[in-house]
Design a protein around this ligand. Structure first.
Ligand SMILES: C[S@@+](CC[C@H](N)C(=O)[O-])C[C@H]1O[C@@H](n2cnc3c(N)ncnc32)[C@H](O)[C@@H]1O
Length: 281
């Protein structure tokens, strides 16, 4: 009996799982060994203990450009160019490096600007040209300075960023601070305390279904017709997709693929009305 016939015969018996076990174990061990090596490199090189930052793989960046193109109804070449523009922004990288090294949290932060999915936030801000962006959850302010740099390139618009932590936002300085309004407080209360229209909203604060849903309810009356609503939590909850369905919007999700990092990545949920068919409001 030849080898192939023998394999087919064994595959039909109850012994098949036991016979295949060494091959299966070798596959999963190879995968886990790569993950352990990435984890060890990260433990040695990074200082981060939360809100991890990383770059995305080239293929994932290509997918991100297509995703931004569909969300904003703009040509993919434009989205690609905006992503490249942010990645090549040497001034922003230098600012993040210097502000991190100056900060009292430098022992728990990396000076290298690794932008990950925030590049999608940037490209959306470049495409939509918003008059007002609201970001809930500032943390160090990495997303805030990137969004601020999009507004500066647009030549218009302001960002409100809200965080309960008064020590948040140390990266928001220099020319980036000129277009950012920092607010310390509970985001649901802050969202409900103004009637100013919002063109881009980003939930990135307390990542529970209930809190995200409360933020969406609070910001809803303020959303302009062209508003794009983003969530940094759509890989965990369906709060944004459920809200999109309830309010007649469309929903799309982008999943991150980090390059050379142990963390499996987050994503971006986006909800908006179809560009050519927004309800009158
Ligand atoms: C994931 S971090 C934000 C990351 C940031 N957007 C970025 O680009 O890196 C979440 C932040 O939400 C803040 N936060 C938690 N609960 C909040 C609340 N109820 N209102 C406002 N901010 C809150 C935390 O203090 C924390 O700084």
């Amino acid at each position: 009996m030849d080898w192939i016939s023998m394999r087919r015969r064994v595959a039909r018996t109850r012994l098949a799982p036991a016979v295949a076990l060494p091959v299966r174990a070798a596959s999963v061990a190879g995968y886990d060994a790569q993950l352990l090596a990435r984890s060890a490199r990260w433990l040695a090189r990074s200082r981060e203990h939360t809100n991890y930052t990383y770059d995305l793989t080239d293929r994932n960046l290509g997918h991100l450009a297509w995703w931004v193109s569909v969300v904003t109804d703009t040509p993919v070449a434009e989205a690609r160019a905006h992503i490249a523009e942010a990645r090549e922004d040497g001034d922003l990288r230098e600012h993040v490096r210097e502000a991190t090294l100056r900060s009292s949290r430098r022992g728990l932060a990396d000076p290298t600007a690794r932008l990950g999915r925030r590049l999608g936030w940037y490209a959306i801000a470049r495409a939509v040209k918003p008059d007002r962006i609201v970001e809930t959850g500032t943390d160090k302010g990495l997303g805030s300075v990137l969004l601020a740099s999009a507004l500066l390139r647009n030549g218009r618009g302001r960002l409100t960023t809200v965080d309960v932590n008064p020590d948040s936002g140390y990266l928001i300085a220099g020319r980036y601070a000129e277009v950012v309004d920092r607010v310390v407080g509970d985001s649901v209360a802050v969202l409900g305390s103004s009637a100013e229209p919002v063109d881009v909203f980003l939930h990135d604060s307390l990542h529970t279904w209930e809190y995200e849903t409360a933020e969406l309810a609070a910001v809803d009356p303020r959303l302009s017709r062209r508003a794009v609503v983003l969530s940094d939590n759509s890989h965990v909850t369906d709060a944004l997709s459920a809200w999109a369905e309830k309010t007649g919007r469309q929903f799309l999700f982008f999943r991150e693929e980090p390059a050379d990092h142990w963390y499996p990545g987050d994503g971006i949920g986006a909800a908006s009305w179809p560009r050519n068919d927004p309800p009158s409001r």
